[in-house]
Design a protein around this ligand. Structure first.
Ligand SMILES: NC(=O)c1ccc[n+]([C@@H]2O[C@H](COP(=O)([O-])OP(=O)(O)OC[C@H]3O[C@@H](n4cnc5c(N)ncnc54)[C@H](OP(=O)(O)O)[C@@H]3O)[C@@H](O)[C@H]2O)c1
Length: 430
C-alpha cells in the first residue's frame, strides 16, 4: 500500500483519547518520519460533542455517531478508546469488517471478548493491537508477543493496578487505614468515584487474564481467574507485615503448573522486602516475566494515566501504520492455540500469614498448632502480642501448604473456644 497520509478514526476522547491526541500532536514530526507517511486525525467520536476537552481539537472533527468514524471509507485505522464491552465490541467488529485495523486500550473487552475479536481480525488478516490495555505506558504485550516469543513462559507476576498500589503504599508508609487511603486516592484522581473495579481486584483480573493468555498460548477466561481485592487489609496487617519484614501488595500471578495446567490469580500477598516487587510504590506498576531461556525480565513504569497510556496507544498506531504501508497487516495474530486447565484456588500451594485474636491463657498456642498439624500444615514462625490481660493477637507464618488445607484448618480454628477471631489470612509469596 503506498500512501502519503494515514487517516485515523478515534472513538473516545476521555483520559486515554486525550493523551493519545496529545502525544500525536507533541511528537508529530518524529512520529511521521518513523512511519514514513503523514498521520491525520480524520474523525473523533464522543458521547457529548459540546463537552470541554483536555486537549485542543478542531470541533468539526467531533461526532456523537461512532459509525461516522467506523464506516468512513477514508479512515485507515480505528482507535477504540471508549471502554466497556458494549458497544465497543460491535464497533471493533464493524471496523474489522470494513477492512480497517484496530488499536484499542480496552482491557475489559480483551479479557471478556478477546477470542471473538482476535478470530475476526485473523479472518480479515488485519491488525488488532492492544498494548495500552495492560500496564498503561509499560510495554508488555508487544515484548511478550515478539521479543520474548522464543521462550516458554513459566510465570508472570506483577503489580498491575496503580490505584490499589497507591492505597497500600499510603497504608504502609503513613499508617492510614483503608478508607482514609482510598479517599486520598480519590482526591488525587487515582481512584474513580466508584472504585470497586480497582479495590475488588477486577481491573487486575482482566489484565492477568490477557497476560496469561499470551504467556501460555491458551485462552484464559476471566471467570477462571481467582480474584480477591484489598478491602480486608487492615492497619494491623500492615504493621505485622512490616514487623516481620514484608510488604503487602496486590499481586497478579500466572504460573505454569504442568504442560496442561496453569494457575492464574489476583490477591493481596506478603512479599519479602527483598522481592523486586516489594519496592514498587505509589501508582507505579511492575511486571516480572520468567522465560525458560531468558530467565527473569522486569518491566516497570506508569501503569495508567493519560500520557503514559497515550504513549502505548501511539506506539501501536505507529506499528499498525508501518504494517499498512508494507501490506503486512495481521502478521502477529492470535496465539491461543493450546488448551490449558486453570487449577482451582483450593489446589494452589504457597505459604500463609494467619492473624488471630485468642484468649491469653496457657495451652492456646498448642491447641491452634494442633489443628494446623492435623491438616498437615507446618509452621515457619509464630509471633504473639498481648492486646490486654485477657486477649492476645497471634500471627502464624506457615511453610508451603495447600490452600484447601489452610481453609479447612482456619475454619476449624475459628470454632475453638479459646479463639475469638481469625482476623485475616494472606498468602505469602517468596
Ligand atoms: N484511564 C486510564 O488510565 C487507562 C489506562 C489504560 C487503559 N485504559 C482503558 O482505556 C479505555 C478508555 O478509558 P478512559 O479512562 O479514557 O475513559 P473515559 O475517560 O471515560 O473516556 C471515554 C471516552 O469515550 C467516549 N464514549 C463513551 N461511550 C461512547 C460511545 N458509545 N460512542 C462514542 N463515544 C463514547 C466518551 O465520550 P464523552 O467524553 O463525550 O463522555 C469519552 O470521551 C478503557 O477501555 C480503559 O479501560 C484506561
Amino acid at each position: 500500500m503506498s500512501k502519503e497520509v494515514i487517516q485515523l478514526g478515534i472513538l473516545g476522547l476521555g483520559v486515554v483519547g486525550s493523551g493519545t491526541v496529545e502525544v500525536l500532536r507533541r511528537n508529530r514530526d518524529s512520529i511521521e518520519r518513523k512511519i514514513g507517511a503523514r498521520l491525520e486525525i480524520r474523525r473523533i467520536a464522543v458521547r457529548d460533542i459540546h463537552k470541554p476537552r483536555r486537549v485542543p481539537v478542531d470541533r468539526s472533527l467531533l461526532t456523537n455517531n461512532a459509525y461516522e468514524v467506523i464506516d468512513d471509507p477514508q479512515v485507515d485505522i480505528v482507535v477504540e478508546l471508549i471502554g466497556g464491552v458494549h458497544p465497543a465490541k460491535e464497533y471493533v467488529l464493524r471496523a474489522l469488517e470494513n477492512g480497517k485495523p484496530v488499536v484499542s486500550a480496552n482491557k475489559e473487552l480483551l479479557a471478556k471478548e478477546g477470542a471473538d475479536i482476535m478470530m475476526a481480525a485473523g479472518k480479515c488478516q488485519l491488525d488488532f493491537a492492544f498494548e495500552g490495555s495492560v500496564g498503561g505506558g509499560i510495554p508488555i504485550i508487544q515484548p511478550m508477543k515478539n521479543a520474548l516469543a522464543g521462550n516458554r513462559i513459566e510465570r508472570v507476576m506483577g503489580i498491575v493496578n496503580g490505584t490499589t498500589n497507591y492505597i497500600l503504599t499510603k497504608m504502609a508508609e503513613e499508617g492510614s487505614d483503608f478508607d482514609h487511603a482510598l479517599k486520598e486516592a480519590q482526591a488525587q484522581g487515582y481512584a474513580e468515584a466508584d472504585p470497586s473495579a480497582d479495590v475488588n481486584g477486577h481491573d487486575a483480573q482482566y489484565k492477568i487474564a490477557i497476560l496469561a493468555s499470551i504467556a501460555f498460548t491458551a485462552r484464559v477466561k476471566v471467570d477462571d481467574v481467582y480474584c480477591e481485592g484489598i478491602t480486608k487489609i487492615t492497619r494491623a496487617d500492615m504493621e505485622w507485615a512490616q514487623r516481620l519484614g514484608y510488604a503487602v501488595k496486590l499481586v497478579a500471578i500466572a504460573q505454569e503448573v504442568s504442560a496442561k495446567a496453569v494457575q492464574v490469580r489476583v490477591h493481596p500477598a506478603l512479599l519479602p522486602l527483598s522481592h523486586p516487587l516489594a519496592s514498587v510504590r505509589d501508582v507505579y506498576n511492575a511486571i516480572m516475566v520468567r522465560g525458560d531461556a531468558v530467565g527473569d525480565v522486569m518491566f516497570y513504569g506508569r501503569g495508567a494515566g493519560s500520557l503514559p497510556t497515550g504513549s502505548a496507544v501511539v506506539g501501536d498506531i505507529i506499528d499498525v501504520s508501518r504494517n499498512l504501508l508494507f501490506g503486512s497487516t495481521g502478521r502477529v495474530g492470535c496465539t491461543c492455540f493450546d488448551q490449558r486447565y486453570v487449577v482451582p484456588i483450593e489446589q494452589i500451594e504457597t505459604s500463609y500469614y494467619v492473624r488471630m485474636r485468642v484468649q491469653d491463657r496457657p495451652n492456646v498456642l498448642a491447641q491452634v498448632a494442633g489443628v494446623f498439624g492435623i491438616h498437615n500444615i507446618s509452621i515457619s514462625s509464630v509471633v504473639q502480642r498481648q492486646v490486654n490481660p485477657q486477649e492476645a493477637e497471634i500471627v502464624w507464618i506457615t511453610h508451603r501448604a495447600q490452600e484447601g488445607a489452610i481453609r479447612h484448618a482456619t475454619a476449624e480454628i475459628r470454632r475453638l473456644p479459646v479463639v475469638m477471631d481469625v482476623c485475616n489470612t494472606i498468602r505469602v509469596e517468596e
